[in-house]
Design a protein around this ligand. Structure first.
Ligand SMILES: Cc1cc2nc3c(=O)[nH]c(=O)nc-3n(C[C@H](O)[C@H](O)[C@H](O)COP(=O)(O)O)c2cc1C
Length: 344
């Protein structure tokens, strides 16, 4: 039991209700999937602390993902999601695996899924959540049958869209009533959560904040870099030419990020020379990110690897346990709600 349980939960009960019921958790605080970081330990720790953990399917070979699902199940009896990336090499195998092992929540990430893939996952009994980085994607996912949406603003870490959460809140959170809407990107405080809940969010998803937790497997040098970084250090990558469309990535500025620019220019030159097709070039781009993220997270190569981070990195000042992070978020959400209540 941690301190938040002895607090009066009345105000919180109200704002937490929808997300709590949908996710089957105490606190609708999600630790978004992070490739290489969201392993069974982090996911189960978040879920056991009353939040909602998401296992990262990422680029994992299907047998590894199956093992990780089993390990997570052994570590927690609480709900968690499996996050799969539509552009991952083993994506189709991941779908087949989830039909066989059946998990309660599936989250589609990367690009957006096809309608039949959403239906396939729903047919397993899973609740399906889809990311929405624009209003058109959000409505398309609702038409496909998504049970919930995660609005992710461009402030987020990892692969990102181009619209800020500020705008997505107004375009979508204020409009969509039929399914629970979760919000992500650049969020780092309970005080902010209070306002997002009041705006109608069913829950709040964090990435960067949990990447720095004690239980995160990320290399100590990776965490140290995050603790020291400012919000402005988390920049998103440019696209040089529409012939090579790349999904932008937000990461801390370093040599690895510069190398990515050079890689794009090399690939474009090879495309000009007819040495490589567009699809191969895009695959090379994705391969770069996955390799670079692994180097930073696993090996601690903070100069040449990818330090994917949201602008929320400017709100992270120390390494704390998952339990402490969640307790602080819940406490500060409640304090802000109490402050607002007093104003009226
Ligand atoms: C290192 C890192 C890796 C990530 N990998 C994934 C991923 O594999 N799948 C996914 O859906 N989101 C991924 N994300 C996004 C997070 O799940 C989350 O939505 C995002 O970090 C929220 O923004 P924040 O970092 O400002 O809290 C990643 C984020 C980070 C920082």
């Amino acid at each position: 039991m941690f301190s938040v349980h002895i607090m009066t939960m009345k105000i919180l009960d109200k704002v937490f209700q929808r997300g709590r019921e949908f996710l089957g958790v105490d606190y609708p605080i999600l630790c978004g999937a992070m490739t290489w970081i969201s392993d069974p330990t982090l996911v189960s720790t978040v879920s056991n602390a009353g939040g909602f953990g998401c296992l990262a399917g990422g680029n994992a070979p299907v047998d590894i993902l199956e093992k990780q699902i089993a390990e997570t199940r052994a570590l927690t009896k609480r709900p968690f999601a499996v996050n799969i990336i539509t552009i991952a090499p083993a994506y189709q195998e991941h779908l087949t695996l989830l039909e066989r092992v059946k998990v309660p929540y599936v989250i589609f990430a990367g690009s957006f899924p096809r309608e039949k893939e959403v239906k396939r996952m729903k047919a397993t009994g899973a609740k399906v959540l889809c990311f929405a980085s624009t209003d058109s994607i959000a409505y398309r996912m609702l038409n496909y049958g998504a049970d919930g949406l995660i609005l992710e603003g461009m402030e987020a870490g990892g692969h990102v869209g181009h619209v800020s959460l500020m705008v997505l809140l107004q375009q979508l959170l204020f409009q969509i009533k039929e399914v629970p809407v979760f919000v992500a990107g650049g969020i780092g405080t309970g005080r902010m959560c209070a306002h997002l809940f009041l705006m109608g969010a069913a829950g709040v998803q964090f990435g960067t904040v949990f990447a720095v937790s004690e239980e995160s497997c990320a290399h100590p040098a990776f965490k140290e870099k995050f603790v020291k970084a400012n919000a402005r250090d988390a920049v998103s990558t440019p696209q040089f030419d529409s012939r090579l469309p790349v999904v932008a990535v937000r990461a801390l500025r370093n040599r690895g990020l510069e190398d990515f620019g050079k890689l794009q220019l090399t690939l474009l030159k090879q495309m000009d020379e007819g040495k490589i097709g567009r699809q191969r070039a895009q695959e090379e781009v994705e391969k770069y990110w996955m390799g670079a993220l692994r180097r930073a997270v696993v090996e601690g190569d903070i100069a040449g690897g990818s330090l994917m981070a949201g602008q929320s990195v400017g709100l992270v000042n120390s390494v704390k346990s998952v339990r402490q992070i969640i307790a602080d978020l819940v406490r500060d959400t409640e304090a802000e709600l109490a402050r607002i209540k007093k104003l009226f």
